[in-house]
Every structure is written in C-alpha cells, then in structure tokens.
Write a protein that binds this ligand. Sequence first.
Ligand SMILES: C[S@@+](CC[C@H](N)C(=O)[O-])C[C@H]1O[C@@H](n2cnc3c(N)ncnc32)[C@H](O)[C@@H]1O
Length: 250
Amino acid sequence: MKVDTFRTTLEKNKYRLESGTEIFIEEHINVFNPHPISLLLADSVAVNQNMKILDLCTGSGIIALAIAKKFNTRNITATDISKEAIRNAMRNSKINKVNDNIDFRIGNLFEPVDNLKFDLIVSNPPCMPFPKYGHYRSKEFRLAVDGGEIGDIYYKNIIKSAKTYLKKNGRLILPIPKWTDWKSIIKIFKNEFDEIKLISRGAVRFFLEDNLGHFKRNLESLNDRGIVDYQRIDSDFYFEVPIYEGKVNF
Ligand SMILES: C[S@@+](CC[C@H](N)C(=O)[O-])C[C@H]1O[C@@H](n2cnc3c(N)ncnc32)[C@H](O)[C@@H]1O
C-alpha cells in the first residue's frame, strides 16, 4: 500500500485542499475537526455551478464550505444531527463568506431533506469501528465517530437510501476507509447503483492514544478476521482510503 503524504492543517484553524483552496474552521470541543479524509473527499468532488449538492453529516461544514469556495456553487444543503455541529458549521460559513451558498439543516440523515432531490450527495459519515464497551472523549464526540462494531452502519443506511434523493444521473460520493467492513460496503454500493468507480485514494495514519488499547485490539481482531486491512509501521496503523462514486442512470 502506498502511504501518501497527506494534506494537513496549515496552522491552527486553517486547512488547505491540494487544489489550493483554503478554509477556516473555528474548532469546537464537541464537533469533529476536519480530518485528512474530509479534505481528500472535498478535493475529489467536481461540480458545476448549477448542480444541487447535499453534504450529509457535515460536522464543521468543511466539505460544503470547500465546495462552495472552490466552485462558487450556491445550491448546497448541509445537514447534521448535532445542533452544535450545525451552529459551528453556520459560523464557519460566515467566516469563509459562503453563508449565502449553503442551506444548513438539523436532523437524522435524510430526514431534513425529505422531499428534495440532488445532483450530488457527498458524505463522510461516522465510520470508526467502535468496540461494544468503547468510550471515546465524550458522548457528543462519540456520535461523530461511532460507526458500529465494524464501522459499516452509516454506509449501509446511506447507500440504500440515497437513490430516493438523487436526480437522474445523480451521484453519491463516499470515502470507504479500509478500517471499516469495506468489502461488504462496496458490494452493497455495486448492487444499489448502476455504475461504481474509484475516483481517488489516499492513506491515513490512525491516531490511537495510549488509553485506547481496546480500539487497537478490536482493529487487530478485525484484521485477523479479514474484515479491515491495514499496514503496521512500528506502532502505527496505516489504512488505505479509497473514494468511490456511484451513479444512478434512471
Ligand atoms: C466523521 S464526522 C464528519 C464531519 C465532516 N463531514 C468532516 O468530514 O469533517 C460525522 C458527522 O456525522 C454526524 N452524525 C452522526 N449521526 C448522524 C445522523 N444520524 N444524521 C446526521 N448526521 C449524523 C455527526 O454529528 C458528525 O458531525
């Protein structure tokens, strides 16, 4: 597996896409800070100004903000179940002067956009394999990362529901990191969509603090069972993160 040098924070609160777009994010204790995957995903998206776009599970808003800034797109909806995340994302949209480009909504997955259809849905959902008795930072933060025991719960839900919210030739773009049950997720993606293609890939180092031994053991066990797939360099785990695009032809 190739380990890329990844885009990272330039300085506190400032992020830069590979394409050069810079985004300012006011960090919040209970909101997921943009991750290298968030930036890789934002950089993998190509849109034109007329497209209607949904950023599902927007967190700090990074992906919606990046798309608005990079393409000057005005038809973006961004949703999250966390009120704190949406408040933070709205504030970030003002700081980045794209608040007129994005309609922020609070609610569970597609609930806030129930009667809408989009040209593109993009999402970086919670996807960390979370051991049954795992604890991570806070209840609020757990909501941002807990993808169930094999990291697949949100993917399956989003892939199966997305078609209802896509227009003809609409696309769903998802990162499917190899710390999840990626083989099953891709299989479902292929079954549900007409065309699936790999549009980008990167690799990330998994940061697991010393008190997260149970997460490490869970990953080792999933790797032994052939569910996740990592490369170990010293005590670090490196995971490949492919970004897939599914298209509907109806
Ligand atoms: C991994 S974070 C990603 C945030 C952002 N998209 C990014 O890439 O930095 C996942 C986000 O999903 C949100 N979330 C969790 N469960 C959700 C649900 N049922 N419906 C909508 N959003 C949810 C969390 O609040 C969190 O902000």
